[in-house]
Ligand binder design. Structure first.
Ligand code: ZN
Ligand code: ZN
Length: 328
């Protein structure tokens, strides 16, 4: 077998991961809108001319934003999904004559010389994050766990499958380091040696210090695309793994309240984001006339009748939306 390369592309707040194994190349998720250039640059750096397949973990815009363009331009042969593509993406997939495969637990996908087992979901609950397509990629005796934004009972189920196997070498941390994923029990089950958080400037407080702390306590090395830029792993034919970063190669050392990045870009970015959202005298969130939850700007559960409200007034009266994970 040849070498395999896995690149967690720095696309800001969202996921995009390129896997190249011999002449086979796949893309897991396509970042937020505007990620096309970063993804294509990563493909060009690897000398990729054809995209064999895409994997869409779930249909949230921070994972699908760049995919319509990528599918139209690169015409992947197959797309592995759990859920129904948005109409724009469905149109692009049809135009590219891509074969759609609904992947469920128990399936095994051949990615060049690497093999990906589908660990979740079993079925669809309707909650896109928990229904995330979760893959364990085995290559040269090393394992990568790609979790999308998986959370809750599905995350626990993935953990118990991994608990029966060897430690995970590289964990793509679920949901950008949100506090609702990557539980302590999940980390006991998966025993990740290295963790990568795909995250950029955002109003949700990702990655949360609590999640960073859990990862560090578990003994994992922690990279974030925010601080480290794109993070690339190479597994040689003999199974030796190396890592390189497009920016700093320093791992996160402690969970700081300023975003948990352990300094550098993370602390600065979160401070800047907090400052701008507080410019008008307090953090602003949004509610609707009838809903019981409050949201961040841009959440898909906000109707056009959204109402601005100070976070301090929303607290207690409304619940934080579980989809957009607004500040508490
Ligand atoms: Zn999501
Ligand atoms: Zn996401």
């Amino acid at each position: 077998m040849g070498a395999t390369t896995v690149v967690f592309v720095n696309v800001g707040q969202g996921d995009a991961t390129v896997i190249k194994s011999g002449s086979w190349t796949g893309l897991i998720d396509g970042g937020p809108p505007g990620s096309e250039a970063a993804i294509e640059a990563a493909l060009a750096r690897l000398g990729v001319r054809r995209l064999s397949a895409i994997v869409v973990s779930h249909m949230h815009l921070d994972h699908t934003g760049g995919l319509t363009h990528i599918v139209s331009e690169w015409r992947p042969r197959a797309a592995y999904l759990a859920g129904t593509p948005t109409s724009a993406l469905a149109g692009a997939l049809r135009g590219a004559a891509t074969t759609l495969v609904q992947a469920r637990r128990g399936a095994t996908l051949q990615f060049g010389s690497a093999r990906a087992q589908v660990l979740s979901p079993v079925g669809l609950s309707g909650d896109a994050n928990s229904d995330s397509l979760v893959l364990r990629l085995g290559v040269g005796g090393k394992s990568f766990l790609f979790t999308g934004d998986c959370t809750g009972p599905n995350e626990a189920a993935v953990g118990s499958i991994c608990a029966r196997g060897p430690p995970i070498d590289v964990l793509k941390v679920a949901h950008h380091g949100s506090r609702y994923s990557t539980s302590a029990a999940f980390l006991v089950d998966t025993r990740p040696r290295v963790a990568v958080i795909c995250v950029g400037p955002n109003p949700y407080g990702h990655p949360t210090p609590a999640t960073i702390r859990r990862l560090l306590v578990s003994g994992s090395r922690v990279y974030t695309t925010w601080k480290n830029g794109s993070v690339t792993f190479r597994v040689s034919a003999a199974g030796a793994m190396s890592v390189s970063c497009s920016r700093s190669s320093q791992t996160v050392k402690k969970a700081t309240a300023a975003g948990g990045g352990g300094g550098g870009g993370v602390a600065t970015g979160v401070a800047a984001g907090a400052a701008s959202s507080k410019a008008s005298g307090g953090t602003i969130v949004y509610i609707t006339k009838t809903g019981a939850c409050y949201h961040v700007d841009g959440c898909r559960y906000l109707s056009s009748s959204r109402i601005r409200i100070a976070l301090k007034d929303a607290r207690g009266k409304y619940r934080p939306c579980s989809v957009c994970d607004p500040p508490r």
